[in-house]
Unconditional design. Structure first.
Length: 201
């Protein structure tokens, strides 16, 4: 009989597993000391931030998926996130310059569009699933759990999704996200307040 995943808040002792999952899904950060440091720093900050949430899916005791976001992505934290992403990308520039330059430009263009949103809003930062656990609904389950935690009436919940993340687009739309803007190779999606926060798959 297959195991049932358990969705819960990440604990400080889960940091290594969550960081490892992130790095395995983004190999260009795994191959850079600066990338690994920035990813670890990101999750350390999120775990210490009362407005943020890091949700993990446990299957047979192991963390097989994670999703992170914040219910209050202020313009101050926006700028901090932009600087963090820029430092991370500069750190891996020497290993893959022809990939990194477009990524830096796309990230800048994307955040310029997101900054146009009026007032406070929630933002979905990361979402990763272990390759061995894909196709079982675990990734979508952890995403749905995070969305319920950081969304609130009257406060937009936003995420940017690259064109290459085909499965991601389907999962976000199943939760009720709709496209509100288009950046280079990226859609900016927002949760539709009229849609129930349930997974419709």
């Amino acid at each position: 009989m297959p195991s049932t995943p358990r969705y819960e808040q990440a604990r400080p002792e889960d940091l290594d597993a969550v960081v490892g999952l992130h790095l395995c899904n983004l190999p260009w950060t795994l191959n850079s000391r600066a990338g690994r440091t920035q990813v670890r720093g990101l999750y350390e900050s999120l775990l210490a931030d009362p407005a943020a949430s890091v949700v993990v899916a446990r299957l047979d005791g192991a963390i097989v998926a994670s999703a992170a976001g914040t219910s209050d992505y202020s313009r101050t934290s926006q700028r901090a996130a932009q600087r963090s992403r820029a430092r991370l990308l500069r750190g891996v520039f020497t290993t893959s310059p022809f990939v990194t330059v477009p990524l830096m430009y796309d990230a800048w263009r994307t955040h310029r569009l997101i900054e146009r949103i009026d007032g406070p809003y929630a933002f979905l930062l990361t979402w990763f699933t272990d390759s061995a656990a894909r196709g079982q609904g675990v990734g979508r389950g952890v995403l749905a759990t995070l969305v319920r935690q950081i969304s609130a009436p009257g406060r937009p919940l936003v995420v940017d999704v690259s064109d290459s993340a085909v499965d991601g687009h389907a999962a976000y739309r199943a939760l009720g996200f709709v496209q509100i803007a288009r950046a280079p190779r990226t859609d900016i999606l927002q949760l539709d307040d009229t849609s129930p926060l349930t997974e419709r798959t």
